[in-house]
Design a protein around this ligand. Structure first.
Ligand code: SF4
Length: 193
């Protein structure tokens, strides 16, 4: 039986293909070993959702398990407003809408749809500055790109040629664990995404 790929891998893979392997290797250890303050802030906010403290209203599905047989993906959405058919994904601090964010929300959208839910609008919410960003609904083109990305992740091998992006490495939560990261070579100002 084919296994489902976690939706969180989409963003990780776009950021750096190697980060998926580090996530798998070290995921069982204490997260404080490698998470920095901004990520911890975001995680605490997500913990609020996980403990179902965001709202007691039945209209909201919070931290809800979703999957798609078509895409072979599974994950958890943040907030789905069943009355307004609105999907909201929260991030610690959004400075830019990265491709990885978009693929994640598209994956959540396609999973929810396949599970029989209507979705009228998509939003990202930046927690630090309390800003909300409206995202157009994905089309066939985005569905095709998502399929392509899933196949790319499934076929990726750690031995494949890899070109390091020094700025990404500096900001990467896995850099203390990564064998190709050399902290001394980084002089750019730290900027946590
Ligand atoms: S430190 Fe650099 S190479 Fe290593 S996982 Fe992070 S981004 Fe990738």
């Amino acid at each position: 039986m084919e296994s489902y790929l976690p939706i969180s891998y989409l963003n990780d893979f776009i950021f750096c293909p190697r980060s998926i392997f580090l996530h798998q290797l070290f995921g069982q250890y204490d997260i404080s070993l490698y998470h920095r303050s901004a990520q911890t802030f975001g995680r605490l906010k997500h913990d609020t959702i996980e403990k179902k403290n965001y709202s007691t209203a039945k209209r909201y599905l919070l931290n809800y398990d979703v999957y798609s047989i078509e895409f072979g993906l599974c994950g958890k959405i943040d907030i789905y407003d069943q009355e307004e058919c609105k999907l909201v994904e929260r991030k610690a601090h959004i400075k830019e809408i990265y491709d990885g964010y978009l693929f994640q929300i598209y994956a959540h959208y396609f999973c929810l749809k396949e599970m029989g839910n209507d979705i009228a609008s998509l939003f990202f919410h930046s927690l630090k500055d309390n800003k909300r960003y409206s995202i157009p609904l994905p089309t066939e083109k985005e569905a095709f790109r998502l399929h392509e990305l899933v196949e790319k992740i499934k076929s990726y091998r750690l031995e494949e040629s890899f070109s390091q992006n020094q700025k990404k490495c500096f900001n990467c939560i896995y850099n203390p664990l990564c064998d190709v990261y050399e902290a001394d070579n980084h002089s750019v100002e730290r900027e946590i995404c």
